[in-house]
Design a protein around this ligand. Structure first.
Ligand code: HEC
Length: 250
């Protein structure tokens, strides 16, 4: 009986431990969901840097009006592959070419922020960490690798902004044991932005990816608050009415 219990416990705990040891450290993505200017900037970064390879076909350009942009602003600044504002944000790249060049077809990013949510953090945290974790790796066909997406097929698209990072391995002693720690370090080939500015741009871009994966989220929250306020007001009247009805009974 005891053996059985130990066995069961081991079976239950082992996968949990395996998962825990694989867990990666994700940086917290700043929440820009209420900041229209940040989301507009994120949309600009997305169409300029990502839409050439990744589509966002669940989204139509006119949805961008919800971010406080005018139709003319969307047409002038954000539309490169189509001239119809009701069109979906699809990608010009042909899947067969993508497969030839990158070995994989870049996935549609419409709901990537929801797809990447895990026990380690939200999808936003994953994306925020991913876009800041590319490093130089000459053994890869693209010349780039990524700490949280090993051997990724995507090159570091934003390297002109961030600059180049290398992965340094540091050895240190912990309780008499030698442990290796991997750390990203910027090389002197720095990009056009400072580290803080780069993080801010990535935060805006991730904010946009999060918004895109659920454009109704803001409306839903407002509706929730509205409903609660309505119920609160209704309660006052219902209570007054109840008092009125029962006043002669007591
Ligand atoms: C030159 C083409 C190209 C561009 C431009 C590009 N990507 Fe990618 N991206 C890829 C490829 C190819 C993959 C698939 C990588 C793999 O599976 O190994 C990928 C994968 C990803 C993934 C991981 C998807 C997953 O599997 O969960 C994310 C997130 C992503 N890209 C975001 C972006 C963002 C944000 C931008 C704009 C800043 C961007 N990409 C620009 C080619 C590109």
């Amino acid at each position: 009986m005891r053996n059985l219990k130990t066995l069961l416990a081991a079976l239950l705990i082992a996968p949990a431990l395996a998962l825990a040891s694989e867990g990666v450290h994700l940086d917290r993505a700043p929440d820009v969901s209420g900041d229209k200017a940040a989301l507009q900037n994120g949309a600009k970064l997305f169409v300029n840097y990502c839409l050439s390879c990744h589509g966002a076909s669940a989204l139509r350009y006119n949805r961008l009006l919800d971010l406080g942009l005018t139709e003319q602003q969307v047409i002038d600044n954000l539309m490169f592959t189509t001239d119809r504002i009701g069109d979906q944000m699809t990608v010009a790249l042909r899947p067969a070419d993508a497969k030839k060049w990158f070995g994989v077809v870049p996935p549609d990013l419409s709901i990537i922020a929801r797809a990447r949510a895990s026990a380690d953090g939200s999808g936003a945290d994953w994306l925020y960490t991913y876009l800041r974790s590319f490093y130089r790796d000459e053994t890869r066909p693209t010349g780039w690798n990524n700490v949280i997406f090993p051997n990724v097929g995507m090159p570091h698209i934003l390297f002109e902004l961030q600059g180049e990072q290398v992965l340094k391995t540091e050895k240190s002693q912990h309780d008499g044991k030698e442990v290796e720690e991997h750390k990203l370090a910027l090389t002197p080939n720095t990009g056009s932005l400072s580290a803080e500015e780069y993080d801010k741009q990535v935060a805006d871009l991730v904010g946009f990816l999060v918004w895109m994966s659920d454009p109704e989220a803001g409306f839903r929250k407002q509706l929730g608050v509205g409903v609660l306020l309505f119920l609160a007001v209704l309660f006052v009247f219902a209570y007054a009415l109840k008092k009125e009805f029962w006043k002669d009974v007591h």
